[in-house]
Design a protein around this ligand. Structure first.
Ligand SMILES: [Zn+2]
Length: 83
């Protein structure tokens, strides 16, 4: 799974939207609990900042790049894939 790389991208998104350290800490906890209980949707950083519940789904993974999209705000995320 490309979760670590995906998490880095999500943190980058949070910082780009000038989140406070406190928001980033809360996002990390939300992410960790989603990863621990497989089946929980991975939180979208954009929706997180709006206070919306969201679900990020994998669109595709090819040529070393993974792409995910949020089903709520339609934002797409792109990051390196370990494959
Ligand atoms: Zn979203």
């Amino acid at each position: 799974m490309a979760l670590d790389l995906m998490f880095e991208e999500m943190l980058r998104q949070l910082r780009m939207h000038s989140s406070s350290e406190e928001q980033i800490e809360r996002y990390k906890k939300l992410w960790d609990s989603a990863v621990d209980s497989a089946g929980d949707p991975l939180p979208c950083p954009i929706c997180f900042l709006q206070g919306w519940a969201s679900r990020v789904i994998s669109i595709k993974e090819e040529n070393g790049i993974a792409i995910e999209r949020c089903k709520v705000c339609r934002e797409t995320f792109m990051h390196r894939s370990p494959e």
